[in-house]
Ligand binder design. Structure first.
Ligand SMILES: *Cc1c(COP(=O)(O)O)cnc(C)c1O
Length: 225
């Protein structure tokens, strides 16, 4: 199927469940993004700051750019003028830098805290206790130019559906608890970004509100070096 056909298929499927589709276009050329754009897609996810900035400069201005991967503090300034949502916030220090750069741009930047749910050593993210500690800290409470609109998680890279369900369910239960404890009156805390090409169906069953789908839409990427 073409990129345009894939976009229509996935948009239909996930939006029918009330879930937002993030088309993950990392490593893919601008022509591919334009094809998806012309098929109606507006939200694109990238994981490299420089690549996202280059694409943002050259592609239509109503594209909504989401940074989905690990973000280094020293690169926040480049995306602060335009990024719509930062999915992978995994430290107070990073949140403070986003706040600083957002203020310089007269913006409030929406962020998701990345929670560590996978049974793997290599993934970034905060554990449950660290999320709570961050949300309780004076430093966090003083930040005026960031808004935490939810949580993000990456499940273990496994075909074991039972395990995936358990991990996504843990994430949803934690999300509900955090909502009650810290964001009870804030309607803007509502996003649970979980699910990728291989596991989005299970993620949606378990309560995802945003899926990040790349290879199933745009085709495979070269293996990481
Ligand atoms: C690359 C990436 C995705 C998309 O992965 P696919 O398997 O290609 O759908 C989703 N989330 C994050 C954080 C990624 O880095």
């Amino acid at each position: 199927m073409s990129i345009a056909e894939n976009i229509k298929k996935y948009k239909n499927e996930v939006e029918g469940e009330g879930v937002t589709l993030i088309a993950v276009s990392k490593t893919k050329p601008k022509e591919d993004i334009l094809e998806a754009y012309e098929a109606g897609q507006r939200i694109f996810g990238e994981n490299q700051v420089q690549e996202m900035c280059e694409k943002q400069t050259e592609l239509p201005k109503d594209i909504r750019w989401h940074l989905i991967g690990h973000l280094q503090s020293n690169k926040v300034k480049y995306i602060a003028p335009f990024v719509e949502l930062i999915h992978g916030v995994d430290s107070l220090k990073l949140l403070q830098e986003i706040n600083k750069q957002a203020a310089k741009n007269n913006r409030i930047i929406d962020c998701l805290l990345q929670v560590y749910i996978a049974d793997e050593e290599t993934k970034f993210g905060l554990d449950f206790d660290e999320v709570i500690e961050l949300l309780r800290s004076e430093e966090y409470l003083s930040l005026k130019n960031v808004k935490i609109t939810g949580l993000m998680g990456i499940a273990t890279n496994t075909k074991n559906e039972k395990q995936l369900s358990i991990e996504f369910n843990e994430m949803k239960v934690f999300f509900d608890g955090i909502k009650l404890s810290f964001f009870r009156k804030e309607e803007t805390f509502k996003e649970l970004s979980m699910g990728m090409s291989a596991d989005y169906k299970i993620a949606i069953e378990e309560g995802s509100t945003m899926v990040r789908i790349g290879s199933s839409i745009f085709g495979g990427r070269p293996a990481k070096v």
